[in-house]
Design a protein around this ligand. Structure first.
Ligand code: ADP
Length: 481
């Protein structure tokens, strides 16, 4: 009889994971990718235990392992917590610095001054977990908050772990004063341009890029873009230098969670063979928001109010949409200046509704109710919002960039046999071009072709299947090294 091959064991580290802590797509990915990979690997997920995480709801319990970490002359006490959620084991790192603050990273528009220490502690706790359990083979880190861990693995000669570092968004790099190096317990020898030094400061993202055995990013388009000056956020040279270990692996969405046929957060369910529920969702949403006119196209925007998401461009055209027979619903939170501008416009325009805040249920209701999704991002590493929209039969209007370019193709070249989705795409990030895309949508809305597009998009494959194949190959290659 054959003995069943032992599954490779992976520790997946992320600063946010749905449903425990989410501020954006990273949380969705850190939930859905390990879940998809768990069929092939034994995978545990580790994240910080923030104050907002509901430990009773998820039955999060302390683990016997408690320890202290010496870093920069200070001793920090760490407690490890654990729970099982939907078949996956989650580990939570609790320490006063991480767990007694209101926000994950800081209040809107700011990061906490001690974020370098907070996340360095998290990384050192990850190393402790790896040392306690020698059965791990791979450590998979995500974004700057976990970027120090690959460096710490390389420093510790007793660890024989291979590391993967995924860049979800190069715009956030974890840049801190030079003095921080000492506070996070690293030798001054790291202060050079091939390690952590960055224009006189230190850059934690660089630790992931330099020391991980493999780097991935969330679309092959973004993998190319970040090696250029326009999108490289100052790290293009370093990425070009490390390009042989850089791979673009497109994100997917959890198609069980984002499913208009069964989504518990929407009022009416629907499928590609019966879209009646979508019409009812739109009516229900209009009633709820006070927007008038079910016959008018409903445009939705769901995203962080930051420059990246193109909210400033959208704000520039909002007033010009008053003469069009349309409704617009905007859901998001982020920079105060955008909120103020939006509130002012909304107070004068009854066809626009603003939900300020983070609200999972409202986002699902918007995906279901919308006819078009506005996603005018200046750059977009992958983007999940456009994929979720397509899954809910909402046509995305996107700037042709990064993951948007890879996942949304122009409706003008519609091919019913294509595996990818279609929407309205534009290439120049200018208000008049975005407005023109919106006018195209208004025209499209009046044609039966809209339904053809939606049915195709709803049936397209946005699952993690291909991504899991790519990660499986990557993990196995690393194991062989
Ligand atoms: P990013 O990670 O850059 O924020 P993505 O498109 O990759 O953007 O993922 C965004 C995720 O966060 C999607 O699941 C989207 O529905 C969700 N989201 C964004 N803003 C909000 C909000 N204000 N309320 C609820 N969900 C939101």
């Amino acid at each position: 009889m054959h003995k069943k091959a032992k599954k490779l064991k992976v520790l997946f580290a992320s600063s946010e994971v749905y449903p425990f802590a989410k501020s954006g797509g990273l949380a969705d990915v850190a939930y859905a990718l390990p879940k998809a990979l768990s069929k092939k690997f034994e995978i545990n997920v580790i994240l910080p235990l923030y104050a907002s995480i509901d430990i009773d709801k998820y039955h999060i319990k302390p683990v016997k392992l408690s320890f202290s970490i010496q870093m920069g002359g200070t001793t920090y006490d760490i407690l490890l917590y654990k729970c099982r959620y939907k078949g996956i084991i989650y580990l939570f790192v609790q320490s006063e610095l991480i767990s007694e603050k209101e926000y994950f990273y800081g209040p809107p528009d700011q990061g906490y001054a001690d974020n370098a220490v907070r996340f360095a502690l998290f990384c050192r706790a990850i190393i402790k977990v790896l040392k306690e359990d020698s059965s791990y083979t791979i450590l998979h880190c995500n974004d700057w908050q976990t970027a120090l861990a690959p460096l710490l693995v390389k420093e510790d000669l007793s660890l024989h772990i291979k590391t993967v570092f995924t860049i979800h968004n190069l715009a956030y790099q974890g840049i801190f004063d030079r003095d921080t190096l000492d506070e996070i317990g690293l030798s001054p020898s790291y202060f050079h341009s091939e390690a952590l030094e960055y224009y006189g400061a230190i850059n934690l993202m660089k630790a992931g890029i330099v020391y991980a055995d493999s780097i991935t990013t969330v679309s092959s388009e973004y993998a190319k873009e970040i090696q250029t000056q326009v999108f490289g956020c100052g790290l293009e040279g370093l990425l070009v230098y490390h390009r042989t270990k850089l791979h673009g692996i497109l994100n997917g969405i959890d198609t069980e969670f984002f499913d208009p046929q069964s989504d518990p957060l929407i009022s009416h369910h629907y499928t590609p063979s019966d879209l009646d529920g979508k019409k009812s969702d739109k009516k229900a949403f209009l009633k709820y928001s006070g927007l008038k006119g079910a016959q008018k196209p409903l445009f939705v925007f769901i995203g962080r109010f930051t420059r990246q998401k193109g909210i400033s461009l959208l704000i520039e055209i909002l007033e010009q949409t008053a003469s069009l027979e349309i409704n617009i619903a905007i859901l998001g939170e982020g920079e105060i200046r955008y909120r103020t501008q939006l509130e002012q416009i909304v107070s004068l325009n009854s066809h626009i509704h603003l939900f300020f805040g983070y609200d999972e249920e409202t986002s699902h209701r918007l995906y279901a109710a919308g006819d078009f999704l506005l996603m005018p991002s200046f750059f977009e590493p992958c983007g999940l919002t456009q994929m979720i929209a397509m899954r809910y039969g909402t046509v995305p209007i996107v700037h042709n960039v990064g993951g948007l370019k890879q996942t949304v193709h122009s409706y003008k070249i519609f091919d019913p046999g294509a595996k990818h989705g279609f929407g309205i795409t534009y290439s120049e990030q200018k208000p008049e071009v975005l407005l023109d895309a919106l006018l195209k949508a208004v025209k499209l809305y009046k044609t039966p072709f809209l339904e053809t597009l939606n049915l195709h998009n709803m049936r397209s494959d946005f699952s993690w299947t291909k991504s899991v194949e790519a990660y499986t190959a990557l993990y196995h290659n690393l194991e062989q090294l």
